[in-house]
Design a protein around this ligand. Structure first.
Ligand code: TEU
Length: 514
């Protein structure tokens, strides 16, 4: 049963979605209380970011116990209640797994620190002696994705590897116990009724033997280049085959990988028939609002996954990247473009992931220094502001400070002027971004779902594109040029903004026709 094939997933950044107990942090009961809203919005499934026991250095992506709920988010009973009630609303629940690393508070890492170099406790991580006199230099030149060296030293002089924060030691995927533990975690949550998993850093885990230096010019960069020895190592595909084999025992379960691999053909290897069901395509997150670039990104992405018989997965935003409204220029212009691009991705064949707040047209928030919490801020020596600005809590109703998200102080400050962006302010307004998304999801169900996996492109004026998903009646046209253009033939079903008086499609606008 491949329910996920044309599904619209909704990413819940648990910390920022809905707080039931007034501590300023979102939680599982908070999500449960909003299921009616999610059903109304029309999404098929949720992706919950990590809610496991964690010291929260990286807000849950530092997992101390992958089979328990952190008290700030609730408990296992609250999780079970959420899954059960979500299913009653016809919404599936998928959760986030973090197999590349654990928290430094995980019992394994604590045991490693208490054990001697060369011990089995240390063998679950990457501990190594340093280089240079007294081993005072890190074992290789790798950098952490968050900035600074990827190694930290422990009191006995050994170093351990962490591709992210020092509180996120990388697990050693040559160690059988590490494999067995992930398998146990997969089964634990499948047995509790989850419908699938998002695999964090799905291009990580396996490392090249001997952990050789990074040779290329990318050594000091945060971005992953194709020759980066830290990621996309051949051995990772065995991990995905193991994940797939476990899931195949449970009918209807799926896994989507967070695969930041630029080369389309290398990316497609993650979604081969015996590996992950889906892989996020991040090309559109990195593409400007430009029809030619958008079309190229779509064509390449479709081609690469079709080559392995897989299904594409589109997204415009998540908790790691600037929100589309801001990325596309901010203000009214950015919002118009974000809405237009939403119509493009929702008309494509494949799966779409929305990020909470995208349906409200939320922008990034410029936060004061004192409010910043992302470890990127400190680790980069306060040169990179990090990802907090796209993680500000969802405004539900009324006014600040909590806008119905919390009765207390939200964990990140919410802007004073968000009253017009709340769910309550938008839900009855037929012109709102929320109503626009609801209508788009409804029409997608009627016209585009279960159609073919290809795209037919139509001729379009410069700066524009027009396509139809094969087998579907729905045509999508996008105008990224400076001039109004004629619409393709057909009845207009929905537009991302008003059409010109003469019926043409204005700049920064998309339309669906049938
Ligand atoms: O992100 C992995 C990752 O590679 C990102 O850091 C990405 O390169 C960057 O954010 C792009 O701007 C995942 C999670 O999504 C992220 O929130 C975690 O911090 C990270 O893993 C570590 O678990």
């Amino acid at each position: 049963m491949r329910w996920w094939r044309d599904a619209v997933f909704y990413q819940v950044y648990v910390r920022s979605f809905s707080d039931s107990d007034g501590d300023g942090v979102g939680d599982l009961d908070g999500i449960r209380s909003r299921l009616g809203y999610l059903e109304l919005l029309g999404v098929d499934a949720l992706w919950l970011t990590p809610f496991y026991r964690s010291p929260m250095t990286d807000h849950g992506y530092d997992v101390a116990d992958p089979r328990d709920v952190d008290p700030v988010f609730g408990n296992l009973a609250a999780f079970d209640a959420l899954v059960e009630e979500a299913h009653r609303h016809g919404i599936r629940v998928t959760i986030d797994l973090v197999p590349n690393h654990s928290s430094s508070e995980h019992e394994w890492f604590r045991a490693a620190l208490e054990s001697a170099p060369g011990s089995p406790e240390r063998a679950r991580y990457h501990f190594k002696p340093g280089r240079g006199p007294d081993g005072a230099e890190p074992p290789n030149n790798w950098h952490s994705v968050f900035g600074g060296p990827a190694w930290s030293r422990v009191p006995d002089g050994e170093w351990y590897l962490h591709l992210f924060a020092a509180e996120q030691p990388d697990l050693n995927w040559t160690n059988p116990e590490v494999w067995a533990d992930l398998e146990k975690t997969l089964r634990f949550w499948c047995d509790r009724g989850v419908d699938g998993f998002r695999i964090d850093v799905a291009h990580g885990m396996s490392k090249p033997e001997g952990l050789p230096d990074h040779a290329g010019p990318g050594a000091a960069l945060l971005a992953h280049t194709d020759d980066d020895p830290r990621f996309d190592h051949e051995g990772v595909h065995d991990v995905h085959r193991m994940i797939r084999a476990v899931l195949d025992h449970y009918p209807g379960r799926m896994a989507v990988g967070e695969v930041w691999v630029r080369d389309d053909d290398r990316f497609a290897r993650y979604v081969r028939p015996d590996e992950l069901h889906l892989g996020f395509n991040f090309r559109l997150v990195q593409t400007a609002f430009d029809a030619a670039e958008v079309r190229e990104a779509i064509e390449h992405s479709l081609e690469s996954v079709a080559g392995v018989g897989a299904h594409p997965t589109w997204t415009l935003s998540n908790h790691d990247v600037s929100r589309p409204v801001t990325r596309y220029g901010g203000g009214a212009l950015g919002l118009a473009r974000a809405r237009a691009m939403a119509l493009v991705v929702l008309a494509l064949p494949g799966v779409v992931y929305l990020y909470n707040g995208e349906e409200l047209g939320l922008p990034d928030v410029e936060l004061p220094d004192w409010a910043l919490q992302d470890p990127v801020w400190e680790r980069s020596g306060r040169t990179e502001r990090g990802r907090d600005s796209c993680r500000v809590p969802v405004p539900w109703e009324g006014d600040g400070p909590g806008f119905g998200f919390t009765s207390g102080e939200p964990w990140l400050p919410m802007p004073d002027d968000w009253a017009a962006l709340t769910v309550a302010a938008q839900i009855e307004d037929t012109d709102s971004t929320l109503s626009f998304f609801r209508r788009a999801l409804e029409l997608r169900d009627e016209h585009a779902v279960s159609a073919g996996s290809g795209v037919e492109w139509f001729g379009a004026p410069p700066g524009c594109l027009a396509f139809r998903r094969s087998g579907s009646t729905l045509v999508c046209a996008l105008n990224t040029s400076d001039e109004p253009v004629p619409l393709p033939p057909g009845d207009v079903l929905l537009t991302s903004g008003p059409l010109c008086d003469d019926g043409r499609l204005p700049p920064d606008t998309a339309a669906w026709l049938a």
